[in-house]
Design a protein around this ligand. Sequence first.
Ligand code: DAH
Length: 341
Amino acid sequence: MQALEELQTRAQEELTAAETLEATEAWFRDYLGRNGALTNFLRGLSDLPREQRPEAGRAGNQLKNLLETALHTRQEAIRQQEMEQTLAAEGVDVTMPGRRPTFGKIHPSNQTLREIAQIFGQMGFQVYDSPEVETDENNFGLLNIPPGHPARDMWDTFYTTTPGVILRTHTSPGQIHAMREYCPEPIRVILPGKCYRHEDVSARYDMMFHQVEGLVVGRNVTFSDLKGTLVNFANQMFGEGRSLRFRKSYFPFTEPSVEVDAGCVLCEAKGCRICKNTGWLEILGAGMVHPIVLQNGGYDPAVYSGFAFGMGPERIAMLKYGIDDIRYFFTNDVRFLERVG
Ligand code: DAH
């Protein structure tokens, strides 16, 4: 009995001293495990004189229950303490600023397209959608560029395996679609979209790019209307008071034809790398719709006239933001995409 009391005292002291769950497990092995002190005591009961056995058995089993309960209580206390320590160490700092999600951004080409559409929208232009996969006839023939015409060399074309079907080299074939749909009503539309050319890719040219075509058809539409429209556009796009220069040019689908330059936005027309020291940047081609093209669209050129223009939004954005390589637009470098516009 004395031995049992000593065992109890020792066990309780050691359990109180156990600081970790591992220590309590070691304690369990020492007292209650297969070779534990109390287990051995109970196993040794049969060696005791017969009359002592019931008493010793009862006391041993009582102690076993007591120690098991004490073990669970101790383990629970250690778990609780560990949890509190973890919480204190890893606690949430509610004053810390949150993580900002990164929001997407409209692609610089589309941003410019939207800006262009908005400016022309204020002048009463609607957006007209036309296909990217075109017939040779719409892309060239009906625009007064018959097969074999040397002007076809102005566009390096992607042909498909279907004869007569190509990727449009410019948005101008949309003029034919719009005219044939609206004729004989007057037209005031822009036609934005992708174009494809088999160019040698360089800082100035990529194989895919966007254009915005403009088309106005009606009675008494004059070159002055074209000029006024483009001057208003340039003022809104690049800032008030921007000078425009109209240079005579040639396009098969317009007569007369012009190329239009804006005073360099970057150097205020003083001359810089981007404008190659000329002070001018070419922004678009334009002209009065050729009578043959009007006719191909269904309009009588004796009654109707019109003007058209075509510009590249990437080029406009390059001029506006001083970007020196068109390939940035289509290589998906987020540093570029996030900063432009
Ligand atoms: N389609 C021409 C090109 O891609 C650009 C152009 C020039 C369009 C004059 C026009 C225009 O509508 O009148 O080179």
